[in-house]
Ligand binder design. Structure first.
Ligand code: PEP
Ligand code: MG
Length: 320
């Protein structure tokens, strides 16, 4: 089985009936790009920049960040790089920033909410990103934890001001869908975003009201819960109304059955931990889009994640 997976690595994730799915990698550090490509990644779908602020006592400045992003686009050639603006707060605490302690950090000043309050964090990062974009490559900017349209409009305005000031090219600006409000309002958000990437780790936590870090509830924090799948379906529908593409960069994208289901729901890009790429590609290549759509339709009617997981039988037994 392992040898078969290795052989699949370099091939595209194309279903038997010719539907191509983009397979990208989640990376936390620039030096992970090479491994992502070696695993068959077709680009970086999520660069978690908060890791650049961890494991050190200070924040990387504009010049240092610009060099990091530029080196990444260079390593990727013409393949896409989606850089997520700082997602700090919640489970991602940066001690040296000395942010106020919160009673409920997951419901507090995190992600976009922090960026909008801290231009000293947002602006050097955006300047660094546009400087990297000026040097070439296929760079996109993505904002985390968007809840309301006005946040996206405000962040886009910051992007545009900085872009114009630097004389940098226009780059796609997308958002994470990881708050139920964003999934439900996908259509309104899609009017202002170039793409969506669904963060199913946080989306699951907020839809099910289950702390993603609580070991006692880990078994219940199921991204394949029917309520989460409905949120994903709503996101795809909202995006389609404005012709935007939808990816998934949460953990479920790296689970072969989860990935199959997501493709059936209309997701066109999957971004995952590099080591998960070969098995996901193999799974998509053995399926048909028609079969995956039927699978997704059945899943949406189920009562539990367990019932949905029980639909995971080899394609051949589904009469394909
Ligand atoms: C997510 O929430 O699913 C996601 C991809 O972001 P992170 O895991 O970094 O919060
Ligand atoms: Mg998240």
């Amino acid at each position: 089985k392992r040898a078969a997976e290795e052989a699949e690595r370099g091939k595209p994730a194309e279903t038997r009936d010719g539907h191509r799915v983009e397979i990208a990698a989640n990376v936390n550090r620039p030096d992970q790009v090479a491994f992502a490509l070696a695993q068959g990644g077709e680009g970086v779908g999520l660069m978690r920049t908060e890791f650049l602020f961890l494991e050190r006592g200070d924040s990387p400045g504009e010049d240092e960040q610009a060099e990091i992003y530029r080196a990444m686009t260079e390593a990727l050639g013409d393949r896409p790089l989606i850089v997520r603006a700082l997602d700090i707060g919640g489970d991602k605490q940066v001690p040296h920033l000395d942010l106020p302690r919160e009673e409920n950090p997951f419901l507090g000043v995190r992600g976009a909410r922090l960026l909008l309050r801290r231009p000293d964090l947002l602006e050097p990062q955006l300047r660094a990103l546009y400087r990297a974009a000026k040097a070439g490559g296929d760079l996109s900017i993505m904002f985390p934890m968007i809840t309301s349209v006005h946040e996206l409009i405000a962040l886009r305005a910051r992007c545009e001001a900085i872009r114009a000031e630097l004389g940098a090219p226009v780059v796609p600006v997308g958002i994470m869908i990881e708050v139920p409000a964003a999934a439900i309002q996908a259509r309104s958000l899609a009017a202002h975003a170039d793409f969506f990437s669904i963060g199913t780790n946080d989306l699951t936590q907020y839809v099910l009201a289950i702390d993603r870090q609580n070991p006692e509830l880990a078994g219940d924090a199921e991204s394949l819960h029917p309520a989460v799948l409905r949120m994903i379906a709503a996101t795809v529908e909202g995006a389609k109304a404005h012709g935007r593409w939808v990816g998934v960069c949460g953990g479920i994208a790296g689970d072969p059955f989860g990935a199959a289901l997501l493709v059936g729901l209309g997701v066109s890009e999957l971004s995952m931990t590099p080591r998960d790429i070969p098995a996901v590609k193999a799974r998509i290549r053995e399926a048909s889009l028609e079969g995956l759509r039927a699978l997704a339709a059945r899943a949406l009617d189920m009562e539990s994640a367990g019932d949905i997981r029980a639909l995971d039988v080899p394609a051949i037994e589904q009469g394909e």
